[in-house]
Design a protein around this ligand. Structure first.
Ligand code: SAM
Ligand code: SF4
Ligand code: F3S
Length: 434
């Protein structure tokens, strides 16, 4: 069958969609001919972290059916794990949870012969998928995700991820390094380690030890990771980042709120003072570091004063990137039972104000790169500027740049280019090869 995959949600889902692709290719299916085509087998890899991405699943199923009434619709990911029956009711043919992807070809076969099929629930013996060397080499991405743990044991009051992804498990070190090697052999230059709380991996030497091992893999130019939880993020991590040249000076450190009262009721396990001290530690240990974050506004009980604490923290730290969301109640989470909901229009106004503040800050923050020669790991042609190349600086900011004469952007893919940054353009930088 010809298949296509549509992915919602976080980097873990992006990684999983690639492995679903490996599994379908190995079972003899072929990708749909054109991008955007649903094909005969349409896989939706779903996210339940907020209500909006969840709603998109329902409309995507209907669209796929409209495009090809005989299509087999597979729903994978977090919505599949959390509400399989509801998905079968709205017309999914196969519902498969994140721990069950190796069973997908069989489920598809049974759906074709016997009608709707589902396989969800956790692995009895937790196992991780592994990129297949047979199906990945043609892709040769410059930066590749490598999961180092799955699940989450934190149960933050707002979050559905522990219910969707199960208990936290650390991937065995040998598997992490093996998958890293496979990606590097296939042309990757950057390894991007993934977990919901990377600093709590259970490995000798902890997360800093893992960074050291990954940074020592032959051929790796850069190592990045996400997500760090402020409660578990340690000064040892800051020192490791400061001393391992391959580990890039960029930290995504979701704060969620700047108010101690709200952090407490979210169950995050740190205070704003602790968070700000961490920022200082990383600034001291990691020269030139950039920070990005996630913020939730309108959490139950959030007062104007709580929100002002968040505004103050965001303006004080100066995040070069920020994902901010209006709180979305998730069934089964503690916060869904909390009193004092913030009225929608109040939360929306707070979000607009916070985003406005951040948008105004970004060009000022990125101005620090103008005039410097940055090392840019080139990913290929720029999506925004035709004929230009694009990549990222060490701090993970996109840099688009001009090339001399008739040089093709593809020729630089995977290379470290030296680029003189001349301008800030919204959230990106612009420059020329030196
Ligand atoms: N493990 C990461 C951490 O602890 O920071 C976060 C993972 S979560 C998939 C990504 C982001 O989604 C969170 O940092 C949070 O800001 C946001 N998020 C999670 N649940 C949410 C909810 N119920 N409403 C709004 N935003 C939410
Ligand atoms: Fe969700 Fe908290 Fe786990 Fe992050 S640490 S995935 S926010 S429960
Ligand atoms: Fe990721 Fe969304 Fe699941 S953020 S872990 S795909 S709920």
């Amino acid at each position: 069958m010809r298949f296509s995959i549509r992915t919602f949600g976080c980097q873990m889902n992006v990684y999983d969609s690639d492995r679903i692709r490996d599994i379908l290719l190995a079972a003899g299916h072929e990708p749909a001919a054109k991008p955007g085509e649903v094909g005969d087998l349409f896989v939706l890899n779903t996210c339940s972290v907020r209500e909006k991405p969840r709603q998109k699943v329902l409309s995507a199923i209907a669209q796929a059916r409209a495009a090809n009434p005989r299509v087999i619709v597979v729903v994978a990911g977090c919505v599949a794990q959390l509400e399989p029956e509801a998905l079968l009711d709205v017309g999914a043919d196969v519902v498969v949870g994140p721990d069950r992807y190796p069973g997908l070809p069989e489920l598809v076969g049974s759906a074709r012969q016997e009608g709707p099929a589902r396989l969800t629930g956790a692995d009895e013996v937790p196992s991780f998928l592994m990129a297949s060397p047979d199906t990945m080499s043609e892709r040769g991405a410059v930066s590749c995700f490598v999961p180092i743990q799955k699940g989450c044991d934190n149960w933050c009051a707002f979050c559905v991820v522990p219910a969707a992804r199960g208990r936290e498990h650390t991937r065995p070190l040998g598997e992490i390094l093996e998958e890293g090697r496979r990606f590097l052999d296939a042309g990757a230059r950057e390894l991007f380690l993934l977990g919901q709380n990377v600093n709590s991996v259970k490995l000798p030497g902890g997360f800093p030890g893992l960074l050291e091992a990954v940074a020592a893999l032959p051929g790796v130019l850069r190592v990045r990771f996400t997500t760090s939880h402020p409660r578990d993020c340690s000064p040892e991590l800051a020192r490791a980042m400061g001393t391992l040249p391959a580990v890039m000076p960029w930290l995504h450190l979701p704060v969620q709120s700047g108010s101690d009262r709200i952090l407490e009721s979210m169950g995050r396990g740190y205070t704003r003072t602790h968070y700000l001290e961490l920022i200082d530690t990383f600034r001291r240990e990691v020269p030139g570091i950039a920070f990005t974050t996630d913020v939730i506004v309108g959490f139950p009980g959030e007062t104007d004063a709580d929100f002002e604490d968040t505004v103050e923290l965001v303006s004080r730290v100066g995040f070069e990137g920020m994902y901010s969301f209006m709180y979305s109640p998730r069934p089964g989470t503690r916060a869904a039972t909390y009193p004092d909901p913030v009225p929608g229009p109040v939360a929306a106004a707070r979000l607009t104000r916070l985003q406005g503040l951040h948008e105004a800050q970004v060009p000022r923050l990125l101005a620090r790169y103008v005039g410097e020669t940055a090392e840019v790991l080139v990913e290929g042609a720029s999506a925004r500027e035709s004929g230009h190349a694009s990549g990222r600086n060490p701090q993970n900011v996109v840099v688009n740049f001009e090339l001399p004469g008739k040089m093709e952007p593809a020729a630089l893919r995977g290379a470290l280019a030296r680029v003189l940054v001349t301008e800030v353009r919204t959230h990106t930088l612009f420059g020329r090869l030196v």
